[in-house]
Design a protein around this ligand. Structure first.
Ligand SMILES: Nc1ncnc2c1ncn2[C@@H]1O[C@H](COP(=O)(O)OP(=O)(O)OP(=O)(O)O)[C@@H](O)[C@H]1O
Length: 351
């Protein structure tokens, strides 16, 4: 596929960069009426050995971003602009056969519903063995022994016996451990985890997050973690990127973004989460991200933004798209109003 516009890798791209996404745009080709891109000029970097959380409301384009990287977009969706670089490889130009070799070997993905993702007709052991045979060329006996090691390593009790179990015989937590073993079997450098603990209860969720953190520390794995849950971000991630209507509006270390949020959308997300709910009162952000998709002028958030609406700065906010500018260190924000002084005004209007 020939892409109309492929920007160069991002300015900070170094040997240290595991994944670099520049100007990614995803469109649905089969839509009857022309629709807005689902991902719209997204820039994102994951460095080697770090966990980056991608957060944002439902429909902001997080999953399509992950599927674009994996080369697994659903039928009808296609990358129409942008560049995705994994290590030194430009994934947007690779033929499907080459992508098959990279998937599972250099990058792997964990999904929300592990029991659904496991093949019900194959044993757990054969599914964990697949990448070992495919990417490392292990024979049946070698692969079997390695499967037991991998299952033990992710905390599956009696791994020899469990290797011959089927998906329906596993709890949700066990199934996710098996998926982690299968994902890590090919020894990928990048793991994309899309809401990996959403379907699990709180105790199992904490165990799975600890397991991911341990694997990241032991093997220098890079992780792109997609989640709605900001408490998960604070417990596991090094950096966070906040996505709104198809693009990143704020990014930085978890400390920078959560302790000093600059973008009114990030502030609203934090306020809507348990992290900042006031005396148990629930806050929701008026409107939805979909109403901002397809805006071809101004800040995508301005129709819902209390700063733009209350402070009468709508002219600027609806006129030009703000750039992602540096607010100090690695903290960057896409808002005309994120300047010293305005922050206090933002607090005054309750965002
Ligand atoms: N198969 C599809 N066909 C048409 N449009 C789609 C399809 N999948 C996603 N979209 C559109 O792309 C947008 C982004 O979807 P995506 O799944 O990436 O959002 P998300 O941020 O991951 O949401 P969630 O947190 O609910 O999973 C959706 O709002 C939807 O309009």
């Amino acid at each position: 596929m020939r892409l109309p516009h492929r920007p160069p890798p991002g300015p900070g791209t170094t040997l240290d960069t595991a994944l670099d996404v520049r100007g990614l745009r995803v469109d649905f080709a089969e839509a009857d009426t022309p629709s807005a891109p689902a991902v719209d000029g997204l820039d994102l970097t994951v460095r080697r050995g770090e966990i980056v959380a991608l957060v944002g409301e439902s429909g902001s384009g997080k999953t399509l971003t992950a599927l674009s990287v994996m080369g697994l977009l659903p039928p009808g969706a296609q990358i129409t602009e942008g560049r995705i670089t994994l290590g030194d490889e430009d994934l947007t130009t690779l033929p499907p056969k080459h992508m098959n070799r990279i998937r599972g070997h250099r990058m792997a993905m964990l999904f929300q519903q592990p029991k659904v993702m496991l093949d019900p007709t194959c044993t757990v052991g054969s599914q964990v063995a697949e990448p070992l045979r495919l990417h490392w060329g292990l024979g049946r006996h070698q692969a079997k022994a390695r499967v037991v090691e991998l299952l033990r390593d992710v905390g599956i009790p009696e791994p020899e016996r469990r290797a011959s179990a089927y998906a329906h015989q596993l709890s949700g937590g066990m199934a996710q451990r098996v998926m982690i073993a299968a994902a890590l079997a090919g020894e990928p450098g990048l793991l994309i985890a899309d809401e990996p603990t959403t379907a699990l209860d709180a105790t199992v969720q904490a165990q799975i997050l600890r397991l991911l953190r341990r694997k990241q520390r032991e093997s220098g794995l890079s992780v792109l973690l997609i989640t709605h849950d900001l408490t998960i971000v604070t417990s596991i991630a090094d950096r966070v990127a906040v996505m709104y209507a198809g693009r990143v509006v704020e990014e930085g270390s978890v400390h920078e973004v959560f302790d000093s949020p600059e973008h009114p959308y990030t502030r609203a997300l934090l306020k809507a989460s348990l992290l900042q709910s006031e005396e148990g009162r629930l806050f929701s952000i008026p409107g939805s991200a979909t109403q901002s998709r397809g805006l071809d002028h101004g800040c995508r958030f301005h129709p819902r933004c209390p700063l733009a609406l209350d402070l009468g700065i709508t002219g600027r906010c609806s006129g030009d798209e703000p750039p992602l500018h540096t607010c100090g260190g690695g903290h960057r924000c896409r808002c005309w109003a994120s300047r010293p002084g305005i922050e206090r005004v933002g607090e005054a209007v309750g965002v």
